[in-house]
Each structure stands twice: as C-alpha cells, then as structure tokens.
Design a protein around this ligand. Sequence first.
Ligand code: PLP
Length: 402
Amino acid sequence: MSNTQDLLNRAKEVLTPNYARQGVVMTRGEGAYVWDTDGKKYLDLFAGFGGGVLGHAHPALVQALTDQAKRLWHVGNSFYNEGQIELAERLNKFAFKGMAFFCHGGADANETAVKLARLRGAQHSPKRWKIVTLHKSFHGRTLAMIAATGNPKVREGFDPTVPGFTNVEPGNFDALVAAIDDETAGVMFEPLQGEGGVNPYPPEYPARVRRLCDERGLTLIFDEVWTGCGRTGRWFGHQHYSGPDAKPVLPDIMTLGKAIGGGVPVGVMFARPEVGSLLTAGKHGSTIGGNAIGMAVARTVFDVIERERLVEHAATLGEHAMARLRNEKSIAPKVQEFRGRGLFMGVELHAAPDKFMEKALARGVIINLTQTKVIRIAPPINISRAELDAGIDAVIDVIRQC
Ligand code: PLP
C-alpha cells in the first residue's frame, strides 16, 4: 500500500469527516507551490482559504517564527507582550485609529465583535442586542456565527442557535432599514462576500449603511476575515468604499483572521477607541490569543506586505489576471459572470461543474469552488506574474473541461 493510501485509511479512522477533502496528503510547501506525499507539485491558487497570504515557508516568516520560538512563546494575558502592541500599532497605521483584541481566528474575532456591539447596545433603553447580517454571508462556525451567517445550510441540525440575528438581501438598503428595530445593536457584513461567491455590493451601499448606523447609534462591523491584509488590492476591503464626501467608509469594528497570521492561527477584533474601550477587564478574554509566537508572525506579515509593496502588486496582478480571463473566448460560453477585486477573483459558471477539484488537481493547480458553481482564485499575494499566468492557463484549461 502506498504511503498516501495508508495515511488516508488512518485518517478515516481518527479524523471527523466534516471536510469534503480530496484524497491528497500535502507534505511540503515553498512559495506558491505545494507537494503531496507522491511528490506531485501543485501551484497554490487558493492559499489555504486565504490563510497563506505570503505563500509557503516565506523566509521572513520562518525567521520571525524561529527567532521568537527561541525567546518567548506564551505567558498569558495577565501580562503585556511587545508583539501585541506592535501588531496593534500596525493596524493603526494601515487601517484606522483603534484598539485590538487578539484571538485565534475569524469566528472568534466575530464573536468578540458581536459581544462588544451588545455591550454598547446595553447602554440604551430598551437594551439593543440584535445584529443584522446579509444573505450569502459567512461569519464562522460557532453557534452564534452560524446564526449570523446568511446561509441556512450551516445551521442544519444545530437548532436552536443563538437568537438575535436577522439576514437580509445584500446591497438592498431598504431591506436593511426594514430589519432594524428598537432592539437592534448593529449591522455586520463583509466588504466583499467571500464564501458567498465573491459578491460585491452597489458602490454606494457601504456609505449608506455607515450613515444609517450613525443616525441610529448602531455599531457597524466589517468582517474582513477574507478581505483583510492586501488581498483585494487595498490594505483592507473597506478602503475601496467612500461616501459622497469622498471620505472613506470606516467601521466601528473590523475583524481579521486568515491572512493576518500568515498560516498561524491569529484573529483580531479591532475597534475604534470609544467602542474598544468598553471591553473592560473581565468582559472578555482568550488564553492563547495574542501569544508571542502568533504576534511575531503576524507583525512580520504586515512588514513583508509593506516592504514588498504587495498591496499594489495584488491590485495590478489581479487586474491583469481578470483581464486575461475576461478576454479568453474559449471559456466565454461557460461563464455567467467574472467578479472580484485584486487577488480575490470569482468566476461564476452557468452550471455546476462535475469533479471540478479532481480536474484542477490533475492539472496541477489548487483552486476552489463555492456555491456549487463559483470558482474562486485567491493565490498568495506575493505570487509572481509568471506563476499567476501559468495558473490562469491552467484555470482556463480546467474550465474548458467542465
Ligand atoms: N468570516 C469570514 C468572512 C470568513 O470567510 C470566515 C471563514 O471562511 C470566517 C469569518 C471564519 O473564520 P475562521 O474559520 O478562522 O473561524
């Protein structure tokens, strides 16, 4: 029996079957490439659902991780560590003035954001505690976040979930207004929907929601777990939006996960100071969140993105790749719509493809399919133009076979 088959047999016995996994075991990665146990090489055009924003084994991240590993891993949040301060300062530099709480990942960050919105809402009479989110959104797998997520499938079998979440049609401002009542504490949405199929909004929508939140005293939460850290060609997805006054649309709270840890589990709830300061001692916490190891890597992720001008790179390369896809006549009959920003691209097909992942892996590329017929392309943002061009050739081939 091959090593791979042996591992797959063992996995079946000891791992819960909650992921629709391919029968491939990955063992090594370098740059934009990964190799499996049979030595087959793949070009990674999905970066581990966005977590591997700088690809595999980036030398600066390896250095940061190993240097930190020799000094201090974890002391717990009864003390300060330098990494948390430095990472929060970087968020202040690249996002907006705010305060950070560090945790393990996206769902965890969103839970914190909703708790904080409720804490803020509790200052009103009647108490405000409900949150409005959007259909086709995705906010994580905890009990509260499956209620927040605008996809009933993720809730199947888990009722009753956490009360207080309403999902409305994305981009429909009137539907949002209609969903708000005296007990609404906040509104949460992704600047560009990720799992929902790389869906944008009408350009004026975020600014209108911002104004509404200001008028009604609601907390606006942007879930930037997919869109943060350069992925869309801006540091953060919300930086694509501005109001009629040309001022950027800022949230009260932004959440981050995936990319910020470069593959190490790090999540962030980042709130403007008046909001973040409500999270007083004892109100919330995490044992491992914000530990020195995670912070050293996350801080370096920001440094590499800044030093290598990867935000601009993602914007330029994304435009180039999207133009190639749009201009490729051989796939046009199969494609319903091309969507995306920067290096977060979606290609919606007319029909659900058969054995899509298998075909992509056979062609040596890792891509993803969501909502049954939306192909997602989200490579490491430091991928080279030549690598991405080879990847787009492969994507075109796979679409032709679908
Ligand atoms: N928010 C968004 C927008 C996501 O796409 C995801 C995961 O895909 C999450 C939250 C949950 O993040 P995690 O899996 O790190 O809990």
